[in-house]
Design a protein around this ligand. Structure first.
Ligand SMILES: NC(=O)C1=CN([C@@H]2O[C@H](COP(=O)(O)OP(=O)(O)OC[C@H]3O[C@@H](n4cnc5c(N)ncnc54)[C@H](O)[C@@H]3O)[C@@H](O)[C@H]2O)C=CC1
Ligand SMILES: O=C(O)[C@H]1O[C@H](OP(=O)(O)OP(=O)(O)OC[C@H]2O[C@@H](n3ccc(=O)[nH]c3=O)[C@H](O)[C@@H]2O)[C@H](O)[C@@H](O)[C@@H]1O
Length: 435
C-alpha cells in the first residue's frame, strides 16, 4: 500500500509539494536537489517559499522519518527507489520550445542506478513525445516511464495537491500507470488513465485553455469600456452558466507567472512541429502582450489626461509586484512587465508588495525602488497603480494615502478596490472594463 522509497528530483514549487504531500499520505520520500544551499535549508526545515501548510507538512514528514533531503538525483534514487518523480524546471528555450536540459541532466545521472521494475514519472511540463523519447534514451526494458502532469497553482499548492480536480496518468505500461495512480488513491479524485502522449497534452491543453479564457476576458473588458457596459456584471452573468463557470474571469494586467507564458509558447511550437497553425492560441498570446500596453496607456491617460506623449517627470506608486496574490514569485510577473514599460515611458517608480522585501534582488526590480510599506509607495506620487490583487490592499487607509500623494489618482488593473471607497477617500479612480 505505502511505497518504501519514492525519489522526488527537484524541490521547487512542484517537487517540494509533491514530496511533502506524498509523505503526508504515508509514503517514504527522499527529495533531491542540485542546489546545495537549498538542500541544507530544507534539511533545517526552512521552506523558503510562500505556500500555506507546506512548511508544516515538511516538518511533520521529517519528524515522522518519512521525508528527507539529499544533494543530487543519484543519491535519492539509489539503491532502491521504486518510483522516481522528475520535478525539474522546463523553462522557455530558444524560439519558445521547452528547454529539456534539466530533464536530460537528471536522466544521465540516474539511468544506471534506477532499480529493476522501478517507474520513472515525469511531473515536469514537457512536450508531447517526451515520455516516449525518455524510454528510448533510457534503453531499459525493466524501467517503465509514466507521464503524470501536475495542475497545482502557486499560493495554494498543498491544497491543490491534496484536493485535486483530477489525476492524469499516462503510460505505455498499464501496470506502471496503475502503480502511480495508486499513490493518490486516498485523495478520491477522478483519475484519467491514458497513453503518455495524451497525458502530456492534457497539461498544455489545460494551461492554454486557461490562458485563452483570460485573454478573452481582457478583450471583453476593453469592449465593455467602448460600449459602456460593466465587465463585473458581464462575467457574473456569463459565469452562472455551468459550462463557463465563475472562476478565471477577472481581467488584469495580462496573465503571467512561471507557467502560462512558457507553456502557451511551447504549445505553439508543438503545434508547429505537427504542421498545425494554432491561430486561436496565437491570438490569445498577442492579446496578452497588447494588454500590457493597454495598461500603460490607461496610466498615461489617468496621470496626464493625454492619450499620447510620455510619462516623463511623473512618479508612480505601484501596489503589487508578484505575478498574482498569495505568492512571493516574481517570475514572468505582468506587474514587472508593465513596470518596465512605464519606466521606459519616463516614469519614476516606487512600489510596495507584501511579499517582496525592500532588499529583494531580481532583475525585473532594477527600475523600481521597493518600499517597505504602502505609505512610502504613495508619497508624492502622481498615481497609485494596483498591479497585483493582494486582498489587504482593500483595507488600506485610503484617505491617509490620498493625503500623501501629489495627485489622488488610482489605476486599479485588477478591479480589486471598491470605487466608492476610493471616491470617499478623495481619489479619482479607473479600473478595467468598468462603467
Ligand atoms: N510552479 C508551478 O505552479 C507548476 C509548475 N509545473 C511544472 O513543474 C516543473 C517544475 O516547476 P517548479 O517546481 O515551478 O520549478 P522550480 O524552479 O520552483 O524548482 C525546480 C527545482 O529543480 C531543481 N533542479 C534543477 N535541475 C536539477 C537537477 N539536475 N537535479 C536536481 N534538481 C534540479 C532546482 O534547483 C529547483 O529547486 C516545470 O516543468 C513546471 O512547468 C507544473 C505545475 C505547476
Ligand atoms: O502549470 C502551472 O504551473 C500552473 O499554472 C497555473 O497556475 P499559476 O501559474 O500558479 O497561476 P494562476 O493562478 O493560473 O494565474 C496565472 C495568471 O493569470 C492571472 N489571472 C488569473 C485568474 C484571473 O481571473 N485573472 C487573472 O488575471 C494571474 O494573476 C496570473 O498572472 C495554472 O492555474 C495551474 O493549474 C498550473 O498547474
Amino acid at each position: 500500500m505505502f511505497v518504501r522509497r519514492i525519489a522526488v528530483i527537484g524541490t521547487g514549487y512542484v517537487g517540494l509539494t509533491t514530496g511533502a504531500c506524498l509523505a503526508s499520505l504515508g509514503h517514504h520520500v527522499v527529495c533531491a536537489d542540485v542546489d546545495p544551499d537549498k538542500v541544507a535549508r530544507l534539511t533545517r526545515g526552512e521552506v523558503g517559499i510562500l505556500e500555506p501548510r507546506l512548511a508544516e507538512l515538511v516538518a511533520e514528514g521529517v519528524a515522522a522519518g518519512r521525508l528527507s533531503f539529499v544533494l543530487g538525483a543519484r543519491q535519492a534514487v539509489e539503491p532502491d527507489a521504486e518510483i522516481v518523480f522528475l520535478c525539474v524546471p522546463t523553462p522557455m528555450g530558444v524560439g519558445g520550445v521547452a528547454d529539456l536540459g534539466s530533464i536530460q541532466a537528471v536522466l544521465s545521472e540516474i539511468t544506471d542506478v534506477l532499480a529493476p521494475d522501478s517507474v520513472l514519472v515525469n511531473k515536469s511540463t514537457v512536450p508531447v513525445g517526451t515520455a516516449e523519447r525518455t524510454r528510448e534514451l533510457l534503453g531499459r526494458d525493466d524501467v517503465a516511464v509514466v507521464s503524470n502532469p501536475e495542475f497545482l497553482r502557486e499560493g495554494s499548492a498543498v491544497e491543490d495537491f491534496l484536493k485535486p480536480d483530477r489525476i492524469v496518468v499516462g503510460s505505455a505500461s498499464q501496470d506502471a500507470a496503475e502503480r502511480v495512480a495508486a499513490l493518490y488513491s486516498r485523495l478520491g479524485a477522478p483519475t484519467v488513465l491514458t497513453d503518455a502522449a495524451s497525458a502530456e497534452l492534457v497539461k498544455y491543453s489545460a494551461n492554454c485553455f486557461l490562458a485563452m479564457k483570460l485573454s478573452y476576458v481582457n478583450a471583453m473588458a476593453e469592449l465593455c469600456e467602448r460600449l459602456g457596459a460593466d465587465i463585473a456584471d458581464v462575467t457574473e452573468g456569463m459565469g452562472y452558466d455551468r459550462r463557463i463557470g465563475q472562476s478565471f474571469l477577472t481581467p488584469g494586467p495580462g496573465w503571467g507567472g512561471s507557467c502560462l507564458p512558457k507553456d502557451t509558447r511551447a504549445m505553439l511550437q508543438i503545434a508547429d512541429s505537427a504542421d498545425f497553425e494554432f491561430r486561436l492560441l496565437r491570438a490569445a498570446i498577442d492579446t496578452n502582450e497588447r494588454q500590457r500596453q493597454r495598461i500603460v496607456d490607461k496610466v498615461r491617460l489617468a496621470v496626464t489626461g493625454r492619450r499620447s506623449g510620455t510619462l516623463a517627470h511623473t512618479r508612480l506608486g505601484l501596489l503589487g509586484l508578484t505575478f498574482k496574490a498569495n505568492t512571493g514569485d516574481l517570475r514572468d510577473s505582468p506587474a514587472l512587465a508593465v513596470a518596465a514599460m512605464l519606466r521606459q515611458d519616463g516614469a519614476e517608480l516606487v512600489a510596495y508588495d507584501p511579499a517582496v522585501p525592500a532588499d529583494t534582488v531580481h532583475p525585473g526590480l532594477e527600475p523600481i525602488s521597493v518600499a517597505a510599506d504602502p505609505e512610502l509607495a504613495a508619497k508624492d506620487v502622481d498615481a497609485l497603480v494596483v498591479l497585483t490583487e493582494w486582498p489587504q490592499f482593500r483595507t488600506l487607509d485610503w484617505a491617509k494615502l490620498a493625503g500623501l500623494t501629489r495627485q489622488p489618482v488610482v489605476v486599479d488593473t485588477r478591479n480589486l478596490l471598491d470605487p466608492d471607497v476610493l471616491a470617499r477617500a478623495g481619489f479619482r479612480s479607473t479600473g478595467l472594463g468598468r462603467r
